[in-house]
Design a protein around this ligand. Sequence first.
Ligand code: ATP
Ligand code: MG
Length: 203
Amino acid sequence: EQEVPTGRGKRRIGVMGGTFDPIHHGHLVAASEVAAQFHLDEVVFVPTGQPWQKSHKHVSAAEDRYLMTVIATASNPQFSVSRSDIDRKGPTYTIDTLRDLRAVHGDADLFFITGADALSQILTWRDADELFSLSHFIGVTRPGHVLTDVGLPEGGVSLVEVPALAISSTDCRGRVAEGDPVWYLVPDGVVRYIDKRQLYRGE
Ligand code: ATP
Ligand code: MG
């Protein structure tokens, strides 16, 4: 059990940002585990618009990534999906995501969930100081990456061990391109959607 920041009676909302190109079971297990350990009421998945760190890479259409995220989360009553980032013009910055969610969810406590790889870059994100005033940050373990909080504000970040799933979207895309299966790496409906839309074929 984690020691959690108090705020009696306030809604506790997890925020899972990602490119989700495609969403996979690593994302879902991380969100589920943090929701349980931190007694969250809800986890909002927020597919990015054009991610600024990936501006030089090809990213699938926002609508496809959004729909795969909806398909993957639809059966879980605690999970929802926000269009906030894909409907905002321009590159996605987490500061804007958190400001938007704050506006929608009023005085809820926000918990931004991020894998070990993304956490180590957090201080390079835009408006890092304000980020920590808008949300608590939760760094989760990810195979192949070291989870440390060096340089991050005292008390602003919790580190959480989640079941290790060595799955990445990059690997899933590569598998589809090679004709290898992604069954059981991504939810069944996402396998079907990738096939229906012929995503990742020519990569
Ligand atoms: P890509 O390979 O395209 O970068 P990805 O698998 O890293 O895709 P993202 O959409 O970039 O997926 O990740 C969204 C968030 O989920 C990030 O904070 C990332 O660290 C975290 N995450 C992704 N995969 C895992 C995993 N297997 N275990 C734990 N966290 C993960
Ligand atoms: Mg990534």
